[in-house]
Ligand binder design. Structure first.
Ligand SMILES: Nc1ncnc2c1ncn2[C@@H]1O[C@H](COP(=O)(O)OP(=O)(O)O)[C@@H](O)[C@H]1O
Ligand SMILES: [Mg+2]
Length: 261
């Protein structure tokens, strides 16, 4: 892979975070962003994802992982730095514009309409391109057959894991070039967490480029091609999933007993 041979250690210097980024689908350069005036949550964050990759963003609670995804999706103001989608500057574009340009986003919580059926949730996902509903519904139900079997069931009556599946499928209805997933395994039982990781991998194997933020760092590093460790709004380490999972510093700081729980 681009990050070099498996034997190479995870790296910390900034230039390495964008090594191999030339033909990235999506790329962030030195993002500085925050919610309140004078308080930056992202302090110069870089990342990129290539076509067909699944990348993971891990890091402690409050590191700014969700903020990074929200900044890419136009939900948090970027104070400086750039976001490029296929080389085009999309910094601070509004979410609905980003959806039409090919960015899909699944927030951590409240990501389905509980009173609507599965099918209606997917229709909401396709509202910008209703003519494509049939084709996209075929794509997502090929991935997750339960969506077709249970299309008339209300999303509110589904288990947490099934709801994540609907949320991901809804975001896939727009045929995104890149899908942003915010902690899809959060709040689920270990068994259902595992299912969500398998589903994210299935989505990626179906050709969708994925950026996944995860609190279950070990599991995330097992499935991602490359990963970034975010700490205090900055990239602390990057490398292949395996490099990060085997790096003594990463293990000590981010995958220790606390991180395992
Ligand atoms: N809407 C908000 N307004 C102000 N501060 C926020 C808001 N959302 C998150 N923060 C702060 O931003 C920091 C990073 O949060 P977040 O991006 O959610 O971290 P993570 O996803 O890594 O756990 C935290 O200190 C959090 O308190
Ligand atoms: Mg978060």
């Amino acid at each position: 892979m681009n990050a070099g041979p498996e034997s190479k250690a995870a790296v910390t210097d900034r230039s390495a975070h964008l090594e191999g980024a030339e033909d990235a689908v999506l790329r962030c350069d030195e993002l500085i962003a925050g919610y309140l005036p004078g308080v930056n949550i992202l302090n110069g964050s870089d990342l990129y994802v290539k076509d067909g990759e699944l990348i993971g963003i891990i890091g402690p609670n409050g590191a700014g992982k969700s903020t990074l995804l929200k900044a890419m999706f136009g939900l948090v103001n970027i104070r400086s730095g750039t976001v490029l989608l296929k080389g085009e500057n999309i910094t601070n574009m509004k979410a609905h514009t980003l959806v039409s340009r090919g960015v899909g986003y699944v927030p951590q919580t409240n990501n389905v309409f509980p009173s609507l059926t599965i099918e209606e949730n997917l229709e909401m996902g396709a509202f910008q391109t209703p003519g494509k509903f049939k084709e996209r519904f075929a794509f997502v139900s090929e991935l997750f057959p339960a969506l077709r079997e249970r299309r008339k069931q209300r999303a509110g009556s589904l288990s947490g894991g099934e709801r994540q599946m609907v949320a991901m499928a809804r975001a896939l209805m727009t045929e995104p070039s890149v899908l942003l997933l915010d902690e899809p395994s959060a709040g689920l039982s270990p068994k259902l967490q595992d299912l969500v990781f398998i589903q994210a991998q299935q989505i990626n194997k179906a050709g969708v480029t994925v950026i996944m933020v995860e609190q279950n760092a070990r599991r995330c590093l097992q499935i991602c091609h490359r990963g970034y460790v975010l700490d205090q709004g900055r990239n602390a380490y990057t490398g292949t999933g395996r490099q990060l999972a085997n790096d003594p510093k990463v293990i000590e700081l981010y995958l220790g007993t606390l991180a395992k729980a």
